[in-house]
Design a protein. Structure first.
Ligand code: 8YV
Length: 338
């Protein structure tokens, strides 16, 4: 691993030594440098598994992102020589499915995430996906940029109206709820939701019909939007069987995690006309996208941009720093996952 030290003060052995795996917004890097002994990889590319394995022996904490995979076997090296130095993985992002959480816990490593601060941006992007797909924005832009636009005509690129369509939400956490609010209040959409833990407070339940099973949701929706975490239980939740229960005019939206959808089954269902389209911000094998999706006009494809605003990415970094600070001050970190 090539690393560039971001230290701007002489090495202070009393400050926790932290590996930051990717370049972060300058404001965040400056705040990290002010409080910690920070090293970050010079190349803004995902670290190799061996570099991540080494980091557990060499740093007091690691600040990883979605592109840094920590499978269970990395944590099994706990008693190898030298022993683990790392006590905290302060993840940059709310999703922590790239980290084998139970194995981390078993190795005595705490994992934190950065909820709340990206909720609005991810929900906004979900609405963008819905609009872009139904209003054929990608098709229109591709046509115009390619010089193929011949001018306005009444039947050109007719899409479908988003307002009033029935939305089905899978997973009613912070982001699912923020999407429900936007859809209900901004677009007058009836909202159905299927979630493991149905909220008890009246404000969260307002205007949303909670259904008991996924099977009860699928045949009723015009738009199915995924907002559950990626866990072993939700892997390929949307598989061939689930897709077959959608109505042919329905569309799938995913700004959660690629693992929740069986991408090959989705391509197959689109090819057979079992659903009318998909808008995806996340993929099973990022950055690889199933080739069967790339040339379809009935799909919208974005490169994992859900939280991609300056506001969110700065807040995510500062939230990860707050977790680091609290942990090394001996306080319970606010966003402990395990
Ligand atoms: C992040 C995300 O960009 O927070 C998440 O779970 O998917 C995105 O908002 C990514 O995880 C950063 O590591």
């Amino acid at each position: 691993m090539t690393e560039r030290s971001l230290r701007d003060s002489p090495t202070d052995s009393r400050r926790p030594r932290v590996l930051v795996t990717r370049r972060l917004p300058e404001r965040v890097e400056a705040a990290l440098r002010a409080q910690l002994e920070v090293t970050r990889s010079a190349d803004d590319v995902p670290l190799s598994e061996s570099a991540l394995a080494r980091s557990l022996h060499e740093y007091d904490a690691v600040l990883p992102t979605v592109t840094d995979r920590f499978p269970a076997h990395l944590f099994a090296q706990r008693d190898a020589s030298p022993p683990f130095r790392c006590r905290l993985l302060a993840n940059f992002g709310v999703g922590v499915n790239q980290i084998a959480l139970e194995a981390a816990r078993g190795a005595g490593i705490v994992v934190t995430n950065t909820p709340d601060v990206l909720t609005d941006d991810t929900a906004d992007l979900t609405m963008l996906l819905m609009l872009a797909l139904l209003r054929r924005a990608g098709e229109g832009e591709r046509e115009l940029r390619a010089g193929r636009w011949t001018g306005w005509r009444p039947t050109h690129l007719l899409g479908r109206r988003l307002s009033g369509k029935t939305l089905g939400i899978v997973g009613f956490g912070r982001i699912g709820r923020a999407v429900a609010d936007r859809a209900r209040l901004g677009f007058g959409m009836p909202v159905l939701a299927w979630t493991r833990t149905v909220p008890t407070d009246a404000a969260a339940r307002a205007g949303v019909e909670f259904v008991p099973t996924l099977d009860a949701l699928l045949p009723r929706v015009d738009i199915l939007s995924l907002h559950c975490p990626a866990t072993p239980d939700t892997r390929h939740l949307i598989d061939a069987r689930a897709l077959a229960q959608l109505r042919p005019h329905a569309v799938l939206v995913n700004a959660a995690r690629g693992d929740v959808v069986d991408e090959a089954a989705l391509v197959d269902a689109l090819e057979r006309g079992a659903l009318a389209g998909a808008a995806l911000d996340v993929f099973e094998r990022e950055p690889i996208v199933h080739p069967g999706l790339l040339h379809r006009d009935d799909v919208v494809l974005l490169p994992h941009q859900g939280s991609g605003t300056v506001e969110a990415r700065e807040a995510m970094g500062l939230r990860a720093l707050e977790n680091l600070r609290a942990f090394f001050a001996g306080e319970p970190p606010r966003d402990r996952v395990v």
